[in-house]
Design a protein around this ligand. Structure first.
Ligand code: HEC
Ligand code: HEC
Length: 311
């Protein structure tokens, strides 16, 4: 594991330093479970708990993607079945990845409070193939009925956006690896490495992250100076500034998704995929001119700034 990870990160740091490679895929924003995993202490089989919750779940229950945990049932509206349990075999419960709060994990999407029509159209775009994405989202989009799609979209649209990620500028980060489910985690070696031109996001509390506990969010480590550079880019262009479409404070409008306080690597993935045509959904046209001239470093800076804003 050690050697493989270091090799990959070394190549990445080199690529990021070279302007000619600016359009290269930023692998740090697209986490894929490492083939070789570090040796971990095996699970003790005991039920896990969450602060302030009276519920407990075993690891096997937490990993049941058709009945994942709902730690705080009094903190969200009643969930439609498709959201809480999905519909086997193709449709996994939305909350397994997006959580009952809609805030999601960094490899999925924070959808709390996004417009319902926007969310429904994204699932349609996955279905037609216009928007590429994870295998599970594509399978879900193919199988979901319009009624289920609407019920899920209405649920996530009804949730309150909340502060979910803390953006922190730094030069170094603890070495990470990508665990099962494309989830980034701190490597048990506990050694620091240069952040370089990357954004690295980890759970504020890794146990709570792996327990799918929506009571604990994420920290995004971003390069020094990136937030200020991103602010300049987001506010540039006057009438074409991001907020001219994405609403005051980039908090979204009744039609368009908010960007403020969203997961920075998610933002980078979207800008990158819109630029290279992997995200070419029905309503994406106005975004194409916006992303056309962005380098990956610009995307990183924009995402660092947007992530630092109050949602
Ligand atoms: C196994 C994990 C998983 C499950 C289960 C899951 N999703 Fe997703 N979802 C993702 C990932 C990953 C993305 C895309 C992230 C990206 O493009 O960077 C995503 C993205 C989305 C988006 C796009 C959000 C946006 O802002 O454009 C929508 C809408 C969505 N999911 C709806 C659903 C619904 C509805 C369900 C339940 C029926 C569901 N998802 C279940 C992993 C999941
Ligand atoms: C002319 C209007 C317009 C402007 C200006 C604009 N956007 Fe967008 N943006 C859109 C539209 C429309 C969508 C929805 C696309 C879709 O439905 O697929 C979108 C979607 C997005 C998404 C995907 C959100 C999600 O939940 O997946 C991101 C990220 C984004 N825009 C970032 C930006 C940034 C950063 C800027 C400024 C640099 C910006 N946009 C400026 C119109 C605009």
């Amino acid at each position: 594991m050690g050697r493989i990870a270091l090799g990959a990160l070394g190549a990445l740091a080199f690529g990021a330093a070279s302007a000619a490679w600016a359009a290269d895929k930023p692998d740090w924003a697209f986490p894929v479970t490492d083939k070789v995993q570090p040796t971990m202490v095996p699970d003790d089989g005991k039920p896990k708990t969450a602060p302030g919750s009276s519920r407990s779940y075993t690891r096997a229950q937490i990993e049941d993607l058709y009945n994942p945990p709902d730690w705080y049932p009094d903190q969200h509206p009643a969930m439609p079945t498709v959201v809480s349990n999905g519909r086997a075999p193709e449709i996994r419960a939305c909350i397994a990845c997006h959580l009952p709060t809609g805030t999601g994990h960094t490899e999925s999407a924070n959808m709390a409070g996004l417009p319902a029509a926007y969310l429904m159209q994204q699932v349609e775009d996955y279905k037609t193939g216009a928007r590429k994405g994870s295998g599970s989202m594509l399978a879900i989009a193919k199988a979901i009925t319009p009624e289920e799609n609407k019920a899920a979209a209405d649920y996530f649209a009804s949730l309150k956006p909340r502060v979910w990620i803390r953006v922190m500028e730094t030069d170094t980060v603890l070495k990470t690896y990508v665990a099962a489910g494309n989830k980034r985690a701190i490597h048990p070696d506990h050694v620091f490495e240069p952040l370089a031109n990357r954004i690295i996001e980890v759970g504020e509390n890794e146990n709570r992250l792996f327990n799918r506990d929506p009571g604990s969010g994420f920290v995004a480590f971003v390069p020094k100076g990136s937030v200020a550079k991103g602010k300049a880019l987001v506010e540039a262009g006057g009438a074409q500034a991001c907020a001219s479409c994405h609403g005051e404070g980039n908090k979204g409008t009744k039609d368009l998704p908010g960007l403020a306080g969203r997961t920075p690597t998610y933002i980078v993935r979207q800008l990158f995929m819109i630029q290279n045509g992997e995200r070419a959904g029905m309503n994406v046209e106005p975004m194409k001119a916006i992303v056309a001239k962005l380098t990956v470093d610009d995307m990183l800076n924009v995402a660092a700034y947007l992530g630092s804003l109050e949602p």
